[in-house]
Structures are given as C-alpha cells and as structure tokens.
Design a protein around this ligand. Sequence first.
Ligand code: PMP
Length: 388
Amino acid sequence: MPKRPLLMIPGPIEFEPEVLAALATPSPSHMDIDFAKVFGRALVRMREVFQAPGGQPFVIAGTGTLAMELAAANVVEAGDRVVVVNTGFFGDRMGRILERLGAMPEHVRAALGEVPSLEAIEKAVSSGPCKALAVTHVDTSTSILTPVEAIAKIGKKHGALVIVDGVCATGGEALKQDAWGVDVALTASQKAIGVPPGLALVVASKAAMQVAKTRKTRVASLYLDFGEWLPIMEGYEKGAPLYFATPAVNLVAALDVSLGRICAEGIDARVARHERVALAFRAAWRALGLAMLPKSDAIAAHTMSAIWYPDGVDPAFVGRAREEGVVLAGGLHPDAKTKYFRVGHMGSTDGTETVATIAAIERALARSGRRVELGVGVAAAQHVFAKG
Ligand code: PMP
C-alpha cells in the first residue's frame, strides 16, 4: 500500500491527532451547555492568539474568503474608498470583494516579489477620504510578508480602519492586534491555526464594532452581519447558547483543542519556531542554488516558501515531489503561475518535516534533470536546527 505523503502545502496542513480526534467524536447539540463551554473557551483563546484582549472574536462556518467578506461587509459601505496593499492574488480578491460591496478599492502594488513602500501606502491613504486600509499579512500566492505594524500605524494616523488578512499568517507570524491597532484581523482554520478547513475566524476591535453598529446602511447579507452573530458569540462566551445559524460543532471543538495547544506552546515561542523553520528552509534553498520569489529575506514569510524553478525544471516537478513522498503546491500568481512552486511550513512543522521535505525536493530536482549534490540542502537545514 502506498504510504500517505506528507502534506506540505500552504494549507490545509498536517493536523495533529488530538485535533482530528475532536472531529471523530459524536456531534453535540449546538445548544448543549458543555458545548457552550468549549465554544466559549475557544473564543477566549482566540483573543490570546490574536493578542487582542479588547477584541470581539467571531467563529463562523465558512472559509477564509468568508472571513474576508465578513471583515469588509461590516465596516465598509457602498461608495467608501479603501486602500488595498496588494502583494498578490489575495489582495486582488479583497479588491473584488470590495467592488461587490459597491466600495472603491484603490490598489497599491509593487513589482512581483516586492512590498509597496510605506511612503506609497501613506500617499494613497492620505490622498482622499479613506475608510479602510486592507493588507494581506502573508500573500499565499507570493509568500510576501508585509510589515503589518508599520502599515497599521499609517492607517491609524489617517483615521482609516485597518483590516488584516492573516489567513496564511495568524498563529505563525507575529501579530499583536491590539498593540498594533489592527481593527479587523481575519484568518481561517486550515493553516497556522491547525484545524481542517471550514471555519472563518475574525477578531474585531472596539472601533470596528462601533463602526459596524453605526453604519448608515444595513449589511446586505444576513449571514455576514456582525449584528446577527454578536449575541451568539457573547452567549457562548457566557455559557448560554443561542441560535442564529448552526455552528460547525465538531470543527469548533477541534478549534478549541488546537488553540489550546497554541496557547500552551506560547504564541511567542510558536512564532520563534516558525522563524527557525523558515531559516532552515532558506538555508536549504541557498545551498541548492534556488531563488525565493520575495526579493529579500526581510519580506519573506515564515509560514511558507515560494521558490522559482531553476532552469530546465517545470511544474512536473510537483508531481515528482509527490512520488518522493511530499505534497507541494504549484504557483498561483497569474503573472508567474508555471514558474515557481510553494511549500507550506506552518502549524506543528519542526525539524523532522523540514528535513524530510528538503530531502524529497532534492530527489525530485535530480529526477527533473537538475544537477544536485544530494544532501546539501538537508545539511544546511540541519545546521540551523543543530544551533538550537
Ligand atoms: N487569504 C489568504 C492570504 C489565503 O491564503 C487564502 C487561502 N489560500 C484566502 C484568503 C482564502 O481562504 P479560503 O481558500 O479558505 O477561502
């Protein structure tokens, strides 16, 4: 029987057995008091993971795209101008969501592999009334990491609400939602949060909740309306379940387990582990003569890598890597889709998965006709882990 390959794409990721076990338990009633305790604890843990003691968490059945829609639909109205710091495919998606709301997205872009300068962002924000400033923490199509703290500061300075798409970041990259002044932070369950796909996770600041409450027009979609969900989230946190729309009970239980694991590791330690894993992968790329899509390490994600194919290697490489035991992702950015591959390294990834993945990549490169000295990438990564 073929062995199950290691899933090293930027979400879904390898999930921990304790998390998966929560999915295999008989479903509780969503009105059950014991389930309410689990849901309530997950909400409390979300504040800790997002570093948002003053924030209002929402856990809603859906994917990351739903989380993006929730964020935009509640604080943005038709006619509002919104600046989008665009570092790839998911910046484009936020723009499309904003257009559907009748808002006016204005994209600030940089060349592929770069981040727009803070000056360019500030110029766009200050060049007219700006309701919100949206940024993707890590764009999964490019692996570009944006300086969220500095960007949020610009938003605050000019009175714009700051929306951060942390789908490929939260739980793996540093985020201090309250301290940095992020108004709406959003993610999904299937990446660094460590739970199978199916939950949209959002934490809204007090300012964002106030804006949502005092908006001029009603949120057009019932399911997206914070106003409908707020009593539900408050109810679960108080241990008093209320019904609006059936929660994904097993996924919520799995979320509570995974957030518990994240909090037990400690969010700072977890971010540091992701940094070390990223350093090990970067050492391997260098040793193998492979170039990362981000132009510099300072703007490269710690949760994933995007790597240009070397000369002579094409997307068939991803299939060969799978035969070597590791599932990788192909390119996603429309300008360069067939020219690079992506590796997810988030959640509980440590030295074991990192070394196995690099070894499989070396073999797949060799089978793709690339001359590689087998083991040089592995050795470079090993040195990073051996340093402790
Ligand atoms: N934003 C980012 C940065 C993402 O990586 C993704 C998913 N890859 C999304 C939003 C959308 O999430 P989903 O596919 O769960 O709808």
